[in-house]
Design a protein around this ligand. Structure first.
Ligand code: YEM
Ligand code: CA
Ligand code: ZN
Length: 408
C-alpha cells in the first residue's frame, strides 16, 4: 500500500505508513507483538457492506477507463478529485480491508487482546459511494465481523472529521454505539454532518435511537480541553453501554499542524485517548484514518503502538539515530514535537464544552433507562470457522512432516 499514489498534490500520502513502520521497527516495538502480513480481502468480503455493483466497479475501473476522464464526465460512485482512480486502487482497498478484517478476527478468536491496523480507519466510505479519500469502509466491515461474537461494540472516532460512513451504517441499530469527535462547521468543513442533535433515528422505538453520539467542536481545541472532554464522554459511554469490544479510529489529522485539520493537539494528548480506552480492558481494535502531515502522523501512530504494548513510559523521546528515513523528520528528531501552533486559536470556550458534555449525557440517560442489548442469536461465522479448521489441518500436516524428519 505504501507505494500507491493518489496524485502529486493530493493530501493523502500512503507512504506515511512507511514512516510509521520505520519508527515502530527502529524502537524495537515489533519484539512485543505479533506482526502479520495483511491478506487481501475478497470481493465477497467487501460485499458484506458494499453493493456488489460498486465493488465490481472498483475492481474493474482503471485510470484510463474512468468515465470522469472521458469526454462526458459522469460522477460515478462519488469518485472525483478527492477519490481519484489510480493504478492499483482495488489492491489498495483489499489490502487495508483485509488487514482490518484479520485484526477483528484475531480479537474474536482470542488470539489478541489489542489488534492494530494503521492502514485502516477509512471512515467516510459509503455503501455505494467513495467519499473523502475513502473507497471501502474497512471499519464497518471489521465491526460486522466483531458483531458475530460481540453483543455490543463501541466505536470511537478521534479523526478531525466526522465519522459519517460508520455512523450511517449503524444508524438504526443498538448493537453499535458510534461516538465521533470532530470539527463541525456545515458550510465550510467536510463532510458537514455530525451535529450534537444527530443521535440516531428520531423515532424512539427504533433500536438505534440515542446510539449515535456526536461531539461537534470548533477550531483550535487544545490538549487539556480535549483530554478532559474525551474522559467526560467516553467514561460514561462505557459505564452505560457496557461494550464487549471497542474500535477506535485514530485519525491523526486532529493533531496541531495538520495540512487539513484545525485542532491544536500534541502527540501525547492524541495518544492519551488510546491509553484511556485501553484501560477498560476489553478487546480493542485500533485503526488509523486521516492524517496529512506524514511526519506527525507517523510519530502519533508509533507512540500509540507503544501505548498498546505498554512501552510508552520507557520510550526515549529522541527518534533512534539508526532509523532509516530520519532525514524526513527535518530538525524535529523527537517523538513529541510542539504541534500546538498559532494558526488556530482555541474557539471552544469552557462553557461550550460543558454544554456539549451535558448534551451527550442527556442521550446516555435514555439508554440507561432501556434494557441493554442481550446476547441475541448471532449467526455462525462460517468464514472464520472454515479458516480455523483449515489452519488446524495444516498444523496437523506440519506436525506430521516434522515428526517424520525427526525419525530419519
Ligand atoms: O471538502 C471536500 C469536498 C470536495 N469539495 C467539493 C467538497 N473534501 C474534503 C475531503 C476531506 C477528507 C478527509 C477535502 N478535500 N478537504 C481537502 C481536500 C483536498 C482534496 C484534494 C484532491 C486532489 C485538498 O485540500 C487541500 N487538496 C487536494 C488536492 C488534490
Ligand atoms: Ca471524528
Ligand atoms: Zn479526517
Amino acid at each position: 500500500m505504501e507505494s500507491m499514489h493518489f496524485g502529486a498534490n493530493h493530501p493523502m500520502k500512503p507512504w506515511r505508513l512507511t514512516l510509521t513502520n520505520k519508527i515502530v521497527l527502529s524502537y524495537g516495538m515489533y519484539k512485543a507483538m505479533d506482526v502479520y502480513r495483511p491478506r487481501k480481502a475478497t470481493s465477497e468480503e467487501l460485499s458484506a457492506f458494499h453493493k456488489e455493483d460498486y465493488v465490481d466497479f472498483l475492481q474493474s475501473v482503471t485510470p484510463k477507463s474512468n468515465p470522469l476522464h472521458s469526454e462526458e464526465p459522469t460522477c460515478l460512485y462519488g469518485t472525483g478529485d478527492d477519490c481519484p482512480i489510480f493504478d492499483g486502487l482495488f489492491e489498495y482497498c483489499s489490502l487495508y480491508t483485509g488487514a482490518s478484517l484479520d485484526a477483528a478476527r484475531k480479537l474474536t478468536n482470542n488470539q489478541s487482546d489489542i489488534a492494530i491496523n494503521w492502514s485502516g480507519g477509512l471512515h467516510h466510505a459509503k455503501k455505494t459511494e467513495a467519499s473523502g479519500f475513502c473507497y471501502i469502509n474497512d471499519i464497518v466491515l471489521a465491526i460486522l465481523q466483531l458483531l458475530f461474537h460481540h453483543p455490543r461494540v463501541l466505536y470511537i472516532d478521534i479523526d478531525v472529521h466526522h465519522g459519517d460512513g460508520v455512523e450511517q451504517a449503524f444508524w438504526s441499530t443498538d448493537r453499535v454505539m458510534t461516538v465521533s469527535f470532530h470539527k463541525y462547521s456545515p458550510s465550510d468543513f467536510f463532510p458537514g454532518t455530525g451535529a450534537l442533535a444527530d443521535t440516531g433515528p428520531l423515532n424512539n422505538s427504533s433500536p438505534g435511537a440515542h446510539h449515535a453520539l456526536n461531539v461537534p467542536l470548533n477550531d483550535g481545541i487544545d490538549d487539556a480541553s480535549y483530554q478532559q472532554l474525551f474522559r467526560d464522554i467516553i467514561g460514561p459511554c462505557f459505564d452505560v453501554y457496557r461494550p464487549t469490544a471497542i474500535v477506535i479510529q485514530c485519525g491523526a489529522d486532529s493533531l496541531g499542524g495538520d495540512r487539513l485539520g484545525c485542532f491544536n493537539l500534541n502527540v501525547e494528548a492524541h495518544g492519551s485517548c488510546v491509553d484511556f480506552v485501553k484501560r477498560f480492558g476489553v478487546p480493542l481494535l485500533v485503526l488509523g484514518g486521516g492524517g496529512y502531515t506524514p511526519r506527525n502522523v507517523a510519530k502519533a501512530w508509533a507512540y500509540e503502538t507503544a501505548i498498546c504494548i505498554g512501552a510508552d513510559k520507557s520510550l526515549h523521546p529522541a527518534l533512534p539515530g539508526h532509523m532509516p528515513l530520519l532525514e524526513h523528520f527535518k530538525g524535529e528528531k523527537t517523538l513529541f514535537p510542539k504541534l500546538a501552533g498559532t494558526k488556530y486559536d482555541n474557539k471552544n470556550s469552557q462553557l461550550y464544552l460543558e454544554s456539549v458534555v451535558m448534551g451527550v449525557h442527556e442521550q446516555l440517560r435514555y439508554i440507561k433507562g432501556a434494557p441493554s442489548v442481550q446476547m441475541r442469536y448471532i449467526p455462525p461465522d462460517i468464514v472464520t470457522l472454515r479458516e480455523s479448521l483449515e489452519k488446524e489441518v495444516w498444523e496437523e500436516k506440519l506436525r506430521g512432516i516434522k515428526s517424520k524428519r525427526g525419525t530419519k
